[in-house]
Design a protein around this ligand. Structure first.
Ligand SMILES: [Zn+2]
Length: 283
């Protein structure tokens, strides 16, 4: 049950924001996303600042940089968005002091999202039920009124009503590119949105699947694993923004580093093929 507000930072997947201010050589503060190892490191000289994007994992992601500069010239116009597929470290931008005799100032924000930008928004693949054999009830479908709002980044997500500890299986084969399972908290308050545990799997066509709200310590896959359909990847829970245990399942792609696009998906089970998911019905 995650909420995405268009135009705002997507906080329920690991996105992060760093604000940094410098009033001549001086104060700075920064925050890091320690769970995923994404961060911007700055290298400063007396007349320039170089922002270096670093990630501990060679995964595909998209990063957007915004900056406000006074008496500084950027190496490329801001804001901008770049794909960072598999690069552990690269120069994001350089800000150079324009006139050294005058005060200079900079501040910046950056945001990242899993996935490279795709030209296509198709999702022509079969997805298995992300659990073992059986039928499962939809707690909230696409364009739901709790958090899968129409027009939001999770518009096409499905919340499956499963008890804590249910084994989650890969709905489609792919490579694990994101894992978090150290969160211990949950609640029905947007402040819990960044605190869900998850496994993210990248598919061959560039789409991703998000398996969200896993229980603490509930990941059964690690970054880089190649997983097959039906392979156990985690245990369900209710970490993050959730009122009860369930699995938030979503297929998505990156638009830019601030927002993702969820895609409709086709569920194929041994009793049918489904593209509509209605709250309260079993599939
Ligand atoms: Zn949800």
């Amino acid at each position: 049950m995650r909420t995405l507000v268009p135009g705002r930072i997507r906080r329920d997947l690991p996105a992060l924001i760093v604000a940094l201010f410098a009033l001549l050589p001086g104060r700075a503060f920064a925050a890091e996303d320690n769970h995923t190892g994404f961060r911007v490191v700055q290298e400063r000289t007396d007349d320039s600042v170089t922002l270096i994007m670093k990630s501990d994992y060679c995964i595909e992601y998209t990063v957007t940089l915004e900056a406000t500069l006074k008496n500084m010239t950027p190496s490329r116009a801001v804001p901008f968005t770049v794909d960072a597929a598999g690069r552990r470290s690269f120069v994001l931008a350089r800000f150079k002091v324009t006139d050294k005799t005058r005060p200079w100032h900079y501040e910046y924000n950056y945001h990242w999202e899993y996935g490279g930008r795709r030209n296509s928004t198709t999702n022509d693949a079969d997805y298995a039920m992300p659990f073992g054999p059986g039928r499962y009830v939809v707690m909230q479908g696409p364009r739901g009124t709790f958090s899968h709002f129409a027009g939001s980044g999770s518009e096409n997500a499905v919340d499956w009503d499963v008890p804590e500890g249910t084994i989650i299986c890969a709905a489609r084969e792919g490579r694990v590119v994101g894992v978090r399972d150290d969160s211990t908290v949950s609640g029905v308050d947007p402040k819990f949105k960044p605190l869900g545990n998850y496994v993210i799997i990248k598919h061959a066509d560039g789409t991703f699947a998000d398996y969200h709200h896993l229980q603490t310590g509930g990941a059964m896959a690690k970054i880089g694993d190649e997983v097959k359909v039906g392979q156990p990847i985690g245990l369900s829970g209710q970490t993050g923004f959730a009122s009860k245990p369930h699995l938030h399942f979503m297929v998505f792609q990156a638009i830019d580093g601030k927002k993702v696009l969820s895609l409709p998906f086709r569920l194929k089970t041994d009793h049918g093929t489904f593209t509509d998911f209605i709250r309260g019905r079993s599939y």
